[in-house]
Design a protein around this ligand. Structure first.
Ligand code: NAI
Ligand code: X2X
Ligand code: MG
Ligand code: MG
Length: 348
């Protein structure tokens, strides 16, 4: 562990320097890593692990679109690609990467393959934390570990190919073999993490559900829509409203924040902008803070989990989600966005 000062708070984290890939390979050299599920995280983690030299197999339903996707990605039926149960039987480490709702359905089947000494791996604290709702209760003689990349599986793969990495959290719920810590860190490094920070299953799921409903996805769409509507109502064109709400943020300002922080982005804007932003951010904070409090309480009460399980367990859950995504896509703001993207010089 390296002790790093995060804004005055000391935290022990794992870096790639102190736990290099060779060490990860050594730790996992006798393991078969079975990736169950090939949706978004499945491909990212499986391909990164394979390219890093680990022994990986995929478990996926035959005659599904994702089975074909796995073949297209280079997995070979009967060699590295199997039906779910066969892969679970062969794996010594089972990475449970079905959707969180799908994990509930498969659990009674998967459980049978968790023989003593194996490791059960999650990328979310969901199934274990909300066990009253999921019934996911692992046997006592397996390791139960977590690596949660802080970003989409798509970015995990893209950043790996670009020689970069997403940060991940890791956690140990159960150490039955005495090897859980080495196993989980080696897997975290193997899937292509930047640095790893420790958490527990409950903190992981509470923070993750808050983040995705909050600033990362829910809140950001909410404030975009609010500002866009106010500009449109006051007679601004879609072009002006979209550029001033989204395009400038993603193309110009967020890359500056990513590179060197908020104050540096501010410092690269006009003093007029700086004065206004420094005055107004506190008002936005005060206005949204009660909503974040409500959100966190809803997560902690298990209400967000219940809603997610109910809506993602119906046979037509995918169609229903796609319908709502279509509504978003077809809104004036995001249609304006599509037109603006086409006009970017690199797309012309
Ligand atoms: N999407 C992401 O990038 C991230 C996901 N996670 C976590 O990783 C895990 C996997 O998430 P995703 O990759 O988004 O999953 P996903 O929604 O893409 O689904 C993965 C696979 O599960 C299959 N599936 C669903 N229900 C099934 C069932 N009843 N039986 C068999 N297969 C079934 C789907 O067909 C798909 O191939 C979850 O715990 C999620 O919270 C964590 C970080 C980011
Ligand atoms: C990409 C990620 O980390 C999320 C937003 O938490 C998720 O997809 O669940
Ligand atoms: Mg999430
Ligand atoms: Mg997340």
């Amino acid at each position: 562990m390296a002790t790093i000062n995060f804004g005055g708070v000391l935290e022990d984290v794992v870096t790639r320097e102190e736990f290099p890939m060779e060490k990860a390979r050594e730790v996992l050299k006798n393991e078969t890593i079975a990736i169950i599920g090939y949706g978004v995280q499945g491909p990212g983690q499986a391909l990164n692990l394979k390219d890093n030299g680990f022994n990986v197999i995929i478990g996926q339903r035959k005659d599904s679109k994702t089975w074909d996707k796995a073949i297209a990605d280079g997995w070979v039926p009967g060699k590295t690609l199997f039906e779910i149960e066969e892969a679970a039987q062969k794996g010594t480490i089972i990475q449970f990467l079905l959707s969180d709702a799908g994990q509930i359905t498969l659990w009674p089947t998967l459980k049978q393959y968790l023989t003593p000494g194996k490791a059960l791996y999650f990328s979310h604290g969901f199934g274990i934390t909300y066990k009253e709702q999921t019934n996911i209760i692992p046997p006592a003689d397996v390791d139960v570990i977590l690596v949660a990349p802080k970003g989409s599986g798509t970015s995990l793969r893209r950043l790996f190919l670009a020689g970069q990495g997403l940060n991940s959290s890791f956690a140990i719920f159960q150490d039955a073999t005495g090897k859980a810590r080495d196993r989980v860190i080696a897997l975290g490094i193997g899937v292509g993490s930047g640095y790893l920070f420790q958490t527990d299953f409950k903190k992981e799921v509470y923070s993750d559900l808050t983040g995705e409903r909050g600033t990362l996805m829910g809140c950001i769409q909410g404030i975009f829509a609010a500002q866009y509507e106010v500009l449109r109502k006051n007679g601004h064109s879609p072009s002006e409203a979209f550029n001033e709400t989204v395009e400038e943020l993603t193309q110009s300002l967020m890359p500056l924040v990513a590179e060197n922080g908020m104050d540096w982005m501010y410092a690269n804007c006009s003093t007029t902008a700086q004065r206004g932003a420094l005055d107004w951010w506190k008002k936005f904070k005060a206005a949204t803070q009660p909503v974040f409090e409500e959100l966190y309480a809803s997560v902690a009460a298990g209400k967000e989990a219940a809603r997610s399980i109910a809506s993602n367990s119906t046979p037509d859950y995918r169609e229903k989600l796609n319908e709502e995504l279509k509504e978003l896509r077809e809104s004036e703001m995001w249609q304006a966005g599509a037109a603006v993207r086409k006009l970017r010089p690199n797309n012309a």
